[in-house]
Design a protein around this ligand. Structure first.
Ligand code: UD1
Ligand code: MG
Length: 476
């Protein structure tokens, strides 16, 4: 099997069917853009195709309902698979036919239902002819179908095999057209196929729509091919859940849990400890290094990348973050698009917003918000602080309640604080302003002018004590 390698010649293409609406989801979003396990359903299927070695140029997506949303979700045209619009949507056979101009020049076409996020790269590779079915059979076969025999019944197409040559498939009978006898067949059509394109084109042209939905069924191609004497082979899936689909929000939630469980198992196998793993959500694109411990209720979302030997405290949510080795995030911290360097400590109850960069061994404590700010190595902002659009040097202490006033109502302004400085509690730094290295700002100062290196800045009203005043007030 050559999964995970780039295939040398583009003789095989992948077509993903994603034009259906998914009526039972009751949504304005097309079914394939609903999310489970931290990616869209379509994203997972695409991931399987990419994982089998297919380049974007050899993958196309048939979209219909919400086609523009699908196009937008796939991203910039360069490097994204082509979107082919099927309008109206007259069935899975029609969807493949509408794309014929795109796949005609390939030798083989892999067709994947776009709503099955558990599909593996290995199955796509096997359908493409890289193992699974023996190569002679695969190259001889006009079609290869992935099939599944799950323990529980599903309303899927039933696989009808040749009585004398059971290795040959004769037809797929859709659930609603199955006779009571056919309905007993446990081998089901998974919804993943590969076809020789020359014969596929001829068979598609002969499809009818005489069925309860009045649609052109891709599955009817099988009987047409077999009837013309072509070989149709089956590829039984070891894991029948690879073709678990989504019809409503309850099934979406179940699939989400499954994908999360699978991801959790992968992380644990790679040496990450998950405490109470069923309470932890790790998106498909997130990773963590060896000996990192993830406490209950944590969510690692998007492209979050965590180093080795870290600890992520209970209830913390990290989105698109990068953490070095040995970072500790204490409970209930919320981090988004932030970078935290080795050995830094965050939380409990910290908030790192986009553009926060926390230097090595620095500390960010409770009720501290950091946005678009670099806090240098070993610097500390431990309590009740807001740092926005600031640069803080190394070994600087930011006292409790210190605030950068970065916004004047119209514009954002920068604050620069040097290394080895001390910003007293409740200091208010009105940006733009610069505090030099080694400077000292007295508590509760309002700093509106630059502070030179090594200076003391005091900017507050002087205290007055009025002897006996309080006692006189009480007597009144
Ligand atoms: C299909 C198969 C069935 C199989 C099952 C596995 C057919 C006729 N039946 O049924 O044998 O067991 O998948 O789940 O194919 N789509 C389009 N354009 C259309 C219609 C559908 O692109 O006009 C897309 C859908 O978005 C979906 C995929 O094709 O991603 C499958 O369509 P769906 O309606 O879900 O087919 P099933 O009824 O599940
Ligand atoms: Mg379906």
């Amino acid at each position: 099997m050559t999964a995970h390698s780039i295939r040398p010649m583009s003789t095989t293409a992948v077509l993903i069917l994603a034009a259906g609406r998914g009526t039972r989801l009751r949504s304005r979003l097309p079914k394939v853009l609903h999310r489970a396990g931290g990616d869209t359903l379509l994203g997972h299927v695409l991931g399987a195709a990419r994982g089998a070695g297919f380049a974007a140029a050899d993958i196309a997506v048939v979209a219909g309902f919400g086609a523009e949303q699908v196009r937008a979700a796939l991203g910039a045209p360069a490097g994204a698979p082509q979107v082919i619009v099927q309008e109206p949507q007259l069935g899975t056979g029609h969807a493949v036919q509408v794309a014929a101009g795109w796949w005609r020049d390939y030798e083989r076409l892999v067709v994947l239902n776009g709503d099955m996020p558990l599909l593996s790269a290995a199955t796509v590779a096997a359908l493409a002819g890289d193992g699974g079915v023996d190569d002679a059979a695969a190259s001889e076969a006009a079609a290869v179908l992935a099939t599944a025999s799950p323990a529980e019944p599903r309303p899927y197409g039933r696989i009808i095999r040749h009585a004398a040559h059971p290795e040959r498939v004769l037809a797929i009978v859709e659930d609603r057209q199955a006779t009571p006898e056919q309905a007993q067949i446990r081998e089901l059509n998974a919804g993943f196929y590969s076809f020789r394109t020359s014969t596929l084109g001829l068979a598609l042209a002969r499809l009818g729509r005489d069925n309860p939905h009045g649609e052109y069924y891709l599955t009817d191609v099988v009987a047409l091919l077999a009837g013309a004497g072509e070989v149709v082979a089956a590829l039984p899936l070891i894991d029948p859940d690879e073709c678990l689909g989504v019809n409503d929000r309850a099934e979406l939630a179940q699939l989400d849990r499954r994908l999360r469980r699978r991801k959790a198992a992968q992380l644990m196998a790679a040496g990450v400890s998950l405490e109470n793993p069923e309470t932890i959500d790790v998106d498909a694109g997130a990773t963590a290094g060896m000996d990192t411990v993830i406490e209950p209720g944590v969510r690692l979302l998007g492209t979050t990348k965590i180093g080795e030997n870290c600890r992520i405290g209970a209830g913390s949510i990290l989105t698109d973050c990068e953490l070095g080795d040995g970072v500790v995030v204490r409970p209930y911290s919320v981090l988004e698009s932030a970078r935290v360097e080795a050995g830094a400590q965050i939380g409990p109850f910290s908030r790192l917003r986009p553009g926060a960069v926390i230097g090595a061994a620095a500390h960010v404590g409770n009720f501290v918000e950091v946005k678009n700010t670099r806090l240098g190595a070993r610097s500390k902002a431990n309590h009740l602080t807001y740092l926005g659009d600031a640069t803080v040097g190394e070994d600087t202490n930011i006292g409790a309640g210190a605030i950068t006033c970065n916004y004047d109502g119209n514009h954002k302004h920068p604050t620069q604080i040097g290394s080895g400085s001390f910003v007293g509690s409740n200091a208010t730094l009105v940006a733009p302003v610069t505090v030099g290295d080694g400077a000292f700002i007295a508590a509760a100062s309002v700093i509106t002018e630059d502070v030179p290196a090594d200076a003391l800045a005091v900017g507050r009203g002087r205290q007055q004590n009025k002897p006996g005043w309080a006692a006189r007030r009480r007597r009144r």
